[in-house]
Design a protein around this ligand. Structure first.
Ligand code: FES
Length: 507
């Protein structure tokens, strides 16, 4: 089983350059996933000069770790929106998502992208919670989603109640983003990868200057297309909950690959699955339980339960891939897309939950309209400066208390240095040595990697992820390599690497 998403196995690595010089553009975009590349596409069309800076590889961050499903409803379901918002807002959310799906389809045709796009039905079903599905059926009908229907005939899985949304869609998100990036890259639209932004400076002139290790960009406008804003931002640090879930891809012993998008709500957890075919190779993929980053005691168990689910449903020949995907759930259920603060030329797109392929594309259009001064009918609904105290109150309190609990629990509890010798290959543990909290892990070559256990974002103590071999922060979801480099999340700086700076500690 390979630890990698399935999406990038069909094309050679993309070859965008590293930023090595000084660039002057109208808009700089941090992040080269679906949000960043869609924004670059619209801005270029509007005649603006753009530079995209991606820390890793284009399309291989959150976009390349998603499921590739495109649907009109939201992952938290319409009933959750219905409990917080009136019909007018919910209809606007649905309309915005339909328009983004239409945009994706139009771009695929216009740019002739070969990314396995197809229309597919989407099914919500349950063996034991008919009432949950019935609620969605009734809300769908109340909202006038005309094509939602109850399905029963020939449904291939055990179910008491099934809701079908025809004409949803699927694609390969990595191929969509990388091919679109290749089609738009030009003198006016420059795209760089392996170019991590290390400094963001606001100049007296009101412009922005971004610094990478080897280059620098000056721009009038700045767009954060990084899933969650980089650095410290109290509003988003307290209202976005970082979650993670695992996905598996498998080959079957027979031809019973399912057609469509399936979300099952039987038992305690939600599972989802779909199939994927390219170059004659077929796979079924499943996604399992969502958990709060850095707060799972045993990540391997999460993958095992997903594997059991897949094997119950299908005759699995071989599990070929596994990967993890991260998402940020907003307290009021709606993403934040637009101006970061009043009067500033800095824009964000965050809080997409697991619905980011559609919201990322939508964000590209909304942010472009805000920059070019065009009215966008959806800008108010997703305005980051909106105040939704009642809608957010319960979740806000929950997320903030959770962060506080993790912070204090970890700063008070200590560990013993004797445990260092007990650490096995592939394990990691936070230990207190000479009064310092250290995050210590043991690599395949038996060597110890020692980094500071204090997350560089706001100082919470990181936790070991036994499945992905990473240090994950339970507060706002930053993740780090065993050697301390930032993988994702709001943290901009790596964990301090004690191994490289003090050999005595690991002697
Ligand atoms: Fe905020 Fe770690 S991600 S303290």
């Amino acid at each position: 089983m390979i630890s990698s998403p399935i999406w990038n196995m069909f094309e050679p690595a993309n070859d965008f350059p590293l930023l090595k010089e000084v660039q002057n553009v109208d808009v700089s975009i941090i992040g080269g996933g679906i949000t960043g590349i869609s924004t670059a596409y619209f801005l270029k069309k509007a005649g603006l000069r753009v530079a995209v800076l991606e820390a890793g590889k284009i399309g291989m961050g959150t976009t390349g770790h998603s499921t590739g499903n495109l649907y009109l409803i939201i992952a938290e379901l319409l009933s959750s929106l219905d409990s917080k918002y009136d019909e007018e807002i919910i209809k606007k959310v649905l309309k915005s998502r339909a328009s983004a799906l239409g945009t994706i389809e139009k771009i695929i045709q216009e740019k002739e992208l070969d990314c396995d796009f197809s229309h597919q039905p989407m099914y919500l079903f349950s063996k034991d919670k008919a009432d949950k599905i019935e609620k969605e059926i009734s809300i769908s009908s109340k909202l006038g989603i005309s094509n939602a229907e109850v399905a029963n005939d020939n449904f291939p899985f055990e179910a008491k109640k099934i809701l079908k949304y025809p004409e949803q869609a699927q694609f390969n998100p990595f191929l969509y983003v990388t091919q679109l990036a290749h089609k738009i890259v030009s003198k006016e639209c420059q795209i760089f990868q392996d170019s991590k932004v290390e400094e963001i400076n606001k100049l007296d002139s009101g412009s922005y200057n971004l610094k990478t290790e080897q280059g620098s960009v000056f721009s009038r406008y700045l767009v954060h297309a990084t899933h969650t804003p980089k650095g410290i931002d109290l509003k988003f640090d307290t209202t976005l909950g970082p979650y993670r879930e695992y996905a598996l891809a498998a080959k079957l012993n027979n031809d019973n690959y399912p057609s469509g998008i399936f979300w099952e709500y039987s038992g305690k957890e939600k599972f989802s699955f779909r199939s994927y075919k390219r170059n004659g190779q077929r796979y079924v993929m499943a996604v399992g339980k969502s958990y709060k980053v850095g707060q799972s005691q045993n990540n391997s168990e999460l993958l095992e339960s997903l594997e059991s689910y897949l094997k119950e449903k299908f005759s699995v020949k071989e599990i070929t891939h596994f990967w993890g995907g991260q998402n940020y759930k907003p307290a009021d259920l709606l993403p934040s897309i637009g101006r970061k603060s009043e009067g500033e030329n800095e824009f964000i797109a965050t809080g997409f939950s697991t619905d980011g392929l559609i919201y990322g594309s939508l964000a590209g259009k909304i942010i472009t309209d805000l920059i070019t001064g065009n009215k966008n009918e959806f800008e108010e609904v997703f305005n980051p400066l909106r105040v939704n105290p009642v809608k957010s109150a319960k979740s806000f309190t929950k997320e903030t208390l959770n962060v506080a609990k993790e912070f204090f629990k970890d700063h008070i509890l200590g560990s013993s240095t004797e445990e260092l010798q007990k650490l096995k290959i592939g394990e990691g543990k936070v230990m207190e040595i000479e009064g310092k909290k250290l995050a210590i892990s043991r690599g395949d070559d038996e060597s110890y990697r020692v980094v500071s256990a204090n997350c560089t974002h706001l100082g919470c103590i990181v936790h070991w992820n036994d499945l992905e071999k990473s240090w994950d922060c339970p507060c706002h979801g930053s993740r780090f390599q065993p050697s301390g480099e930032v993988i994702e999340g709001p943290a901009m700086d790596d964990l301090f690497n004690v191994s490289d700076n003090n050999e005595q500690i690991i002697a």
